[in-house]
Design a protein around this ligand. Structure first.
Ligand SMILES: [Mn+2]
Length: 417
């Protein structure tokens, strides 16, 4: 006869409440429609966790856009926590970089939720949560959780006078080195406390080789980035990562949950949601198995429409079929100034709203100025004055402005005009 024991985990991250307001509208009370969307995706995800019979929620950081969320944003986060607490589902949450203040000593955005209704535990320094030492009545925590919140630069600098004198890249190298040492120590500690189900990691940070997604692409290279090869060797059955907004698995057991709502149009085709993780032991085989399933948070649809023929836009709008209802839409096209004047912006917007769009941004015209082929052939032999004239023609500079600039260039070159 087979005897098994098992645990069902939810791995969720990066609700980023307070983000994305540039694509929403404020209601009469001053609440941005995108906060409602972000809040709803978070609450919906918590409701799904209840339906799925989750035993424990691993929250991998970045609840908010910054360390000082508004009372409305805090309430949005609390709304999800209440769903979990009502169902007596405990949650362990780590602090992400967005939740952290820049100055040491200031409190982070998640501090007020530690101990919330006795089911939420917030972790802001590296530690293993197991059996004793837990501050919430996680009744029988069947699995040790190693926690690696985002390492605060301010805290590192306060603890190490050398740190401040390093360049950003050197600081990042130092943080990677420290993080790996901490991870190995946490791994050993968690493994020692582990039962037959093993132990898991809850962490916030960047891993090399990840698909970054839209929101993180500019910051990625100025951050500490952990090598995947080092993470593979750690003794965790599952690694629940937060920070990057694109859901992905780097290994079957090393995953990002991604964010819960789309931040902007670069994420238009990306699904958002959380991972459902089942760990179970099989007493007969002595092994431990794990399974994962994706659960979409059903984020608001985004439609990014690029009109190739802006004067014949009806076909472009028609091609969207059923994608419009409830969607946030952006319309863009490229045209010469003359063509752009002939495009029916009001008509495009009207058609999109009639199709069910919630909000239309644009149409946004990128103007290109016609430059004839022979005019744009600059070479090493081209003199500066000819170069200027071609540039000015290409930019469409005319009239009094052109005359003024011509005079300035002529003066600078000592040309008698
Ligand atoms: Mn983050």
């Amino acid at each position: 006869m087979m005897s098994t024991s098992s645990i069902r985990l939810a791995h969720v991250a990066d609700p980023h409440l307070g983000s994305g307001y540039h694509l929403g509208d404020e209601d009469r009370g001053g609440v941005n429609s995108r906060l409602r969307d972000f809040r709803d995706a978070w609450v919906r995800s918590c409701e799904q966790m209840v339906t799925e019979g989750v035993d424990l929620v691993l929250f991998a950081g970045d609840a908010f856009r910054d360390s000082k969320p508004s009372p409305t944003e805090q309430q949005a986060f609390r709304d999800g926590l209440d769903v979990l607490c009502d169902a007596e589902i405990p949650m362990v949450a780590i602090v992400g970089n967005h939740d952290l203040p820049r100055a040491p000593g200031r409190t982070h955005a998640l501090a007020i939720f530690d101990g919330y209704r006795d089911y939420v535990m917030v972790v802001d320094r590296p530690q293993v949560i197991a059996g004793d030492g837990i501050t919430v009545p996680l009744p029988k925590l069947p699995i040790p959780i190693a926690c690696l919140p985002w390492p605060s630069r301010a805290h590192l600098a306060a603890a190490d006078p050398e740190f401040e004198r390093l360049t950003i890249d050197e600081q990042n190298a130092r943080i990677v080195e420290l993080s790996l040492a901490v991870l190995r120590k946490l791994g050993a500690e968690a493994e020692a406390a582990a039962g037959p189900l093993g132990c898991v990691l809850l962490a916030h940070g960047s891993i090399a080789g990840s698909a970054v997604g839209a929101a993180g692409s500019t910051q990625f290279f100025r951050e500490p980035v952990l090598p995947l090869s080092e993470l593979r060797g750690l003794p965790f059955r599952y690694q629940a990562w937060g920070h990057l907004h694109r859901a992905q698995d780097l290994e079957p057991h090393i995953r990002y949950a991604g964010s819960l709502e789309r931040l902007d149009f670069a994420e238009a085709t990306e699904d958002k949601g959380w991972w459902l993780i089942d760990l179970s032991t099989n007493a007969d085989s002595g092994g431990c198995t794990f399974g994962t399933a994706w659960r979409s948070s059903n984020p608001r649809p985004f439609v990014d429409l690029e009109l190739t023929e802006p004067t014949a836009w009806e076909a472009g709008v028609a091609s969207l079929n059923g994608a419009l209802p409830g969607a946030i839409v952006r319309v863009r096209y490229e045209a010469t100034p003359e063509q752009a004047r002939a495009v029916d912006h009001a008509g495009i917007r009207r058609a999109l709203y009639q199709g069910g769009a919630l909000k239309v941004h644009g149409p946004i015209a990128t103007l290109r100025h016609a430059v004839a082929e022979r005019e744009s052939t600059l070479s090493e032999e081209t003199d500066v004055l000819t170069g200027w004239q071609e540039y000015a023609n290409g930019q469409g500079l005319t009239g009094a402005q052109r005359e003024r600039l011509d005079r300035l260039v002529h003066d600078a070159l000592g040309v008698l005009a």
